[in-house]
Design a protein around this ligand. Structure first.
Ligand code: ZN
Length: 240
């Protein structure tokens, strides 16, 4: 049996208080370490998600909300375009790119139409920009090219759209320019003749189904990101 004197009681109380203090301090340290860990983990998560998705979704861009963009998915509703020996069809590549590009541009707040090659909506089509998306043949070549109507009534605007696409698409994909192969099919493209002539318009060959097949089929995120940046560059009035 233990008989505590009043001094003894005080000593025990002091001891308990000291223990409580140490406990509180330990809890404080634990909470601090926990929150530091959470912050670090948050940064890590952001870094990891950037590693997994180098092309994160867009958010609405002030000033661009509601602006209208038309995308022609080359050959859609008409024919297959280029067909490679193993059956890869240009029309399928173009269509997949156009649909994903539309999705991305809508994230930025734009109003987007995905149009067929000879879409009923094309005659008199009025928008802030129109882009026709095609891919080149199955030969073992690499590069992309962009053109506008040779008979454009808004050559400055069209040239800026072409320049924005050259700059941003080239920068994002790393593809070289293949300007020497621009044909009349591009500069006299049928849709340029029927749309409202005040609609800035361009046509792009995104790469070769031969030499650039990997990019065009397996890295469409990159293709789409480059095209979206090009269109946004133009709509924001940037001089590339
Ligand atoms: Zn084509």
């Amino acid at each position: 049996m233990i008989h505590l004197t009043s001094m003894g009681v005080l000593a025990v109380r002091k001891d308990v208080l000291q223990r409580l203090e140490r406990l509180a301090f330990a809890l404080f340290l634990l909470a601090l370490a926990g929150s530091l860990l959470l912050v670090w983990k948050g940064n890590l998560d952001a870094r990891v998600s950037r590693m997994i998705d180098p092309y994160p979704p867009f958010t609405p861009i002030p000033g661009l909300e509601g602006r209208k963009v038309g995308l022609i998915a080359g050959h859609t509703g008409s024919d297959s375009g280029a067909v490679c020996p193993d059956g890869l069809r240009e029309v399928d590549v173009n269509h997949a790119i156009a649909v994903r590009l539309a999705e991305r541009l809508r994230q930025a707040g734009l109003q987007v139409d995905v149009l067929g090659e000879f879409d009923d909506r094309l005659p008199g089509y009025r928008a802030d920009a129109l882009l026709s998306i095609h891919a080149d043949s199955c030969i073992d070549a690499t590069g992309f090219k962009v053109a506008r109507a040779s008979f454009s009534i808004i050559p400055d605007a069209d040239d800026r759209l072409v320049a924005c696409l050259y700059r941003m698409y080239g920068e994002t994909t790393g593809l070289p320019r293949h300007q020497s192969s621009i044909t009349h099919d591009m500069t006299q493209y049928h849709a340029f003749r029927v749309i409202d002539p005040r609609t800035p318009a361009a046509i792009i060959e995104t790469g070769f189904l031969g030499g650039d097949r990997r990019l065009l089929t397996k890295e469409q995120d990159r293709v789409v990101y480059g095209l979206a940046r090009g269109i946004i560059c133009f709509l924001k009035g940037e001089q590339p």
